[in-house]
Design a protein around this ligand. Structure first.
Ligand code: GLA
Length: 640
């Protein structure tokens, strides 16, 4: 321990203060600060009391504090728009930003971490600090959040005995390793060390899962052992509250309906005595599933519930303040009676729209928060323009069967292998996208097997239908001379909430049978459709679109924009089901069963001039792709 004279103490304080300021401007200093922290004597550390639960109030640095939070997920918003969304959050009268941290995106392969570009968590947190916002961090490891496998990496499922969200060694070892890495980044961003993080969540709604009583104490300790010193809390919905409470951790609740407000007053009181009350997730809307409606929550209803929560003396976090987009293949799914996957848009009918525009909820809530804010709220930033560009006419085409030529040697296997266990990506398997399984048959028959989630079946290149959760068998007709059986299987999103998260392996699970006999000798193509996938076939491989194209196929077109590209929404009328890529970047899935009919295309992902748009279509191509000024997310259904 370093000791100081009185004047030394003063100087040291000055030094730390200036270091903190320097750090805020220059993030490169952040890592060094962690080492400095060990030199800071405890009297100085105690100067920062942080967020405290004192009786029924929160206190920050010794003063009463009311958390007015809003959730924005950096991984669902283009980085170039982070500032705009946070300025809007601040101008709405909120004082705290809340975000999850998705492990599956940050560690896509074991021990290969990505915190760059749109995943630069530290930059996002510092940006909030720059605007004077506090941050509540929700690092999981499991986060739910309508993301594939609740944010857990799919490579965990390579272990046939894996028990996710328990103290099973194979799981905790992976969590420990990830937390070593993640916490070294976020520990220096805590309030007590001069950063904006005032509280950290322990896992997510564990009370609704609760497979292992030792698990939550383990996660709590894993955070503390790595230097998390701010207030810890749990967050549970009404189904899990009774089991979710952890000793020494503040319990908070998640809800939407005003009828559940008694949970705040009675349940929390019974469970943990007099403590500050907090609704960690007040659901401002809801997510949508393919084949369902577009869920809407009336803005007056939202205002009523938010004011009732504040009236009950509780702090609040709006989940979501701004939902953003499930870009690429990151969406999750639910599987209770039926498997339902989430749509690409994570608009959520939240306070800001998917494209960051204001809603009636925004202005109502802003007026409400302004009514008890000490100072006038900052003015809301001006709207970002939206443009309807000229329709895109696909000019070139490549059928999937042609693309296979550029994929390199397929994997050869006696029996089918599920996606996660494919020997690709340095032994980490395939997380997202499609996998093509190919074998030979010598007779017609009934094909059956476990297909996750949806497999289009072909004899040679002739599509004969689909296998999925509902359709478990299909007749393979006799087609003279046709002996290649193919099945193109799509991972539509792993379940993110419920008991069956260990059961989320994708592709072909186990054997594929023809008339009850297992088929053998497979060729397997991993079609993850990452940027590198497209680099394998250059522009001269594409050909003009024939009169009757063979599907599935890739369609290439150009989107021409001016010097200052703006946001737009792509509408694929007449197309059936597939994925859209802009300059190699995966925008997400479309499907004509709706509800979502337009895909959000952020202007910041467009280059001035000509942009490459590739559509992967499974079944039927439309005549064009329209660009619209407005989104259409489907037929509204009011939540009640
Ligand atoms: C729960 C979870 C969130 C999210 C919402 C629904 O509260 O904690 O991650 O899944 O449900 O949007």
């Amino acid at each position: 321990m370093v000791t100081f004279s009185a004047s030394g103490k003063y100087l040291f304080e000055q030094l730390i203060t200036s270091l903190v300021q320097v750090d805020k401007k220059h993030r490169l200093f952040v890592k060094k600060r962690l080492d400095w922290h060990n030199l800071i004597p405890s009297w100085l550390r105690r100067r920062h009391l942080g967020l405290q639960a004192k009786g029924q109030n929160f206190m920050l640095e010794g003063s009463d504090f009311w958390i007015l939070g809003g959730s924005v997920h950096y991984f669902r918003v283009p980085r170039q728009y982070w500032m705009d969304r946070l300025l809007k959050l601040k101008a709405c009268g909120l004082n705290t930003l809340t975000t999850y941290v998705p492990w599956n995106l940050h560690e896509p392969e074991r021990n290969k971490f990505d915190f760059s570009g749109n995943l630069d968590l530290e930059a996002f947190i510092w940006m909030a600090a720059e605007l004077g916002l506090w941050v509540i961090l929700r690092p999981g490891p499991y986060i739910c959040s309508e993301i594939d496998l609740g944010g857990l990496p799919s490579w965990l499922l390579q272990d046939p005995d894996m028990k996710l969200r328990t103290t099973y060694k194979g799981f905790t070892e992976a969590v420990d390793h990830y937390f070593d890495h993640l916490m070294s980044r976020v520990v220096p961003l805590q309030y007590k060390l001069g950063g904006p993080i005032i509280a950290v969540q322990v896992e997510n709604e564990y009370g609704s899962y609760y497979k292992d009583p030792a698990y939550m104490p383990y996660v709590k300790k894993a955070l503390e052992d790595r230097g998390i010193v701010e207030l810890l809390f749990t967050s549970d919905n009404k189904d899990g509250l009774s089991k979710g409470v952890v000793h020494g951790v503040l319990a908070t609740i998640n809800l939407q309906s005003q009828n559940e407000l008694d949970l705040l007053t009675t349940f929390l009181l019974n469970a943990q005595g007099v403590q500050p009350k907090m609704v960690m997730e007040y659901w401002t809307g809801w997510f949508d599933s393919w084949g369902g409606p577009h869920n809407i929550l009336d803005s007056s209803e939202v205002l009523k519930t938010v004011s009732a929560i504040i009236d009950a003396g509780a702090s609040i976090n709006l989940y979501m303040f701004h939902g953003g987009t499930n870009f690429g293949f990151i969406n999750g799914a639910m599987h209770f009676n039926e498997y339902k996957s989430d749509v690409t848009s994570y608009d959520y009918d939240a306070v800001l729209t998917e494209a960051g525009d204001y809603t009636a909820k925004y202005f109502k809530l802003r007026d409400f928060f302004a009514s008890f804010s000490g100072a006038p709220l900052p003015l809301p930033p001006k709207l970002s323009p939206k443009t309807a560009y000229d329709p895109l006419m696909p000019a070139f085409y490549l059928s999937l069967w042609d693309v296979l030529k550029y994929m390199g040697e397929p994997i050869q296997s006696e029996t089918p292998v599920n996606m996660e266990n494919l020997p690709v990506n340095d032994g980490n398997g395939q997380s997202f996208g499609y996998t093509l399984y190919e074998t030979t048959i010598s007779s017609p028959g009934v094909l059956s097997g476990l297909v996750r989630d949806r497999g289009q079946v072909f004899v040679n290149t002739v599509s004969i239908g689909y296998l999925d959760y509902n359709k478990k068998k299909i007749d393979i007709p006799l087609l003279q001379g046709y002996t290649v059986l193919r099945i193109l299987v799509e991972n539509r999103g792993r379940v993110n909430y419920g008991d069956n998260i260990n059961d989320q392996r994708k592709g072909l699970i186990g054997d594929l049978y023809l008339d009850g006999s297992p088929l053998k000798k497979f060729k397997i193509y991993s079609l993850d459709m990452k940027k590198s996938f497209f680099q394998r076939f250059s522009i001269n491989k594409w050909s003009a679109i024939p009169e009757t194209p063979t599907f599935p196929a890739f369609f290439l077109s150009g989107l021409s924009v001016g010097p200052d590209p703006s946001d737009t929404f792509l509408k694929l009328e007449g197309w059936e089901k597939g994925v859209v890529f802009i300059n190699g970047q995966n925008l997400g899935r479309y499907w004509n069963i709706g509800p979502q009919e337009t895909l959000y295309l952020p202007g910041t992902w467009l280059d001035p001039g000509l942009n490459q748009v590739v559509v992967f279509e499974e079944k039927v191509a439309g005549p064009m792709i329209q660009s619209m000024e407005m989104p259409y997310l489907g037929r509204n259904k009011y939540l009640n």
